[in-house]
Design a protein around this ligand. Structure first.
Ligand code: ATP
Length: 359
């Protein structure tokens, strides 16, 4: 593992990964560096070459000491995307992404869905004030823990099981995180979503825990929706939501719907957070093999993920400058093709860096 430098600097591990991750992360780094140098703040960025190329070369996925080194020597991690057709089972991606999420216990996946310009939403007659919500997804439990198995695999009698794990501790901490996030961001409403009418055990635990936790936050308006209704309501009237908190699988789905409402995958950032611990930030999109290598990927999701990371590290003004640059680029049409512009990934990054520096 690389060594650290510059005492007092914020130490950030950068993992570009695969596909468009390798194109958008350098742009996010460029914008961060521009803001940091304009404001005189010290960032120490150390790159890790983990991804499909490295895995195919020497078998490395997540090195055994990675988690300890990240815990002791780093403040945050910026990740691009993992996924490559040459690794069909995505073994390296699962080891690196799920390994970091689970081993660093990054239990809150935070996905802001903020419409930055009314022209970007597919909804009719909606503007910026209508789409400003955050999906908070439980990130370490549920159906994604990988518990289950096959019986009589490959036969006509095959059985496959996939366990859905919900613990009192896990549910309580994500609900408390959602309420604290709501307070911290000056919002007033939390909507908890589950499927307790059908999942009578796991989501009954969500119901009972929610009933107990919400009593500690009388200043916040609490509501509940079954997840099928939630997705319908997000499309029908997104303005009713401020913070949505839900389980791992439903959060995965709801946050992609939210990303589309707010302008598409190219723009959506996310954070994998454990308050007070080293946390990891990434664009919501994946490696997008169809467009990888063409220099057309939108770097804004990565730039906004880096901005979220700086805000998490207490560099709030630097984060604001990056977000302002993205808003300016959209309103002046300095964007990649997915948002209707004609810039390539690098040109879009250059424009954002210049604007962020002078903001
Ligand atoms: P993975 O398997 O790694 O998740 P994927 O192709 O399944 O990759 P995404 O990477 O999420 O899924 O992308 C789906 C599609 O969305 C892409 O093919 C592309 O058309 C579009 N897209 C995603 N990210 C971007 C981006 N940053 N800029 C422009 N288009 C994007």
């Amino acid at each position: 593992m690389p060594q650290q430098s510059s005492a007092g600097a914020k130490r950030i591990a950068v993992i570009p990964g695969d596909g468009i991750g390798k194109e958008v992360i350098p742009e996010a780094v460029k914008v961060m560096k521009a803001v940091a140098s304009a404001r005189g703040c010290d960032l120490s960025l150390i790159e890790f070459d983990w991804g499909a190329d490295r895995y195919l070369r020497d078998g490395t996925t997540l090195p055994p000491d990675a988690v300890d080194v990240f815990r002791s020597d780093f403040d945050a991690i910026l990740l691009g995307a993992l996924g490559d057709a040459r690794v069909p089972d995505n073994r390296h991606g699962a080891d690196i992404l799920m390994g970091l999420r689970f081993k660093l216990d990054l239990y809150a996946n935070v996905r802001p869905c903020t419409l930055l310009d009314s022209r970007l939403t597919p909804l009719r007659n909606r503007d910026e004030k209508d789409i400003q919500f955050t999906v908070i997804r439980e990130n370490t439990e549920g159906s994604y823990v990988g518990m289950g198995g096959f019986f009589k695999k490959g036969t006509a009698d095959e059985i496959a099981t996939q366990e859905d794990v919900n613990t009192r501790k896990g549910v309580e901490r994500i609900l408390r995180f959602a309420y604290e996030y709501t307070r911290k961001h000056g919002r007033k409403r939390v909507c908890m979503s589950d499927k307790s009418n059908a999942l009578a055990y796991g989501h009954d635990l969500w119901q009972r825990t929610f009933a107990a936790v919400k009593r500690d936050y009388p200043d916040i308006e609490s509501s509940h929706m079954y997840v099928d209704n939630l997705l319908m309501q997000m499309v029908r009237d997104p303005s009713q939501f401020e913070v949505i908190v839900t389980c791992n699988m439903f959060g995965d789905i709801a946050s992609d719907v939210g990303a589309q409402l707010a302008g598409g995958l190219g723009l959506a950032p996310s954070g994998n957070i454990h308050p007070g611990h080293v946390s990891m930030f990434e664009p919501v999109h994946g490696s997008a093999p169809q467009i990888a290598g063409k220099g057309v990927a939108n770097p804004m999701g990565a730039v906004l993920a880096a901005a979220m990371m700086l805000s998490y590290l207490g560099l709030v003004e630097e984060s604001r400058q990056m977000e302002k640059a993205v808003r300016a680029a959209i309103s002046e049409g300095k964007t990649t093709a997915d948002l209707g512009g004609s810039l390539g990934t690098r040109e879009a990054g250059d424009w954002l860096a210049r604007r962020a520096e002078s903001a």
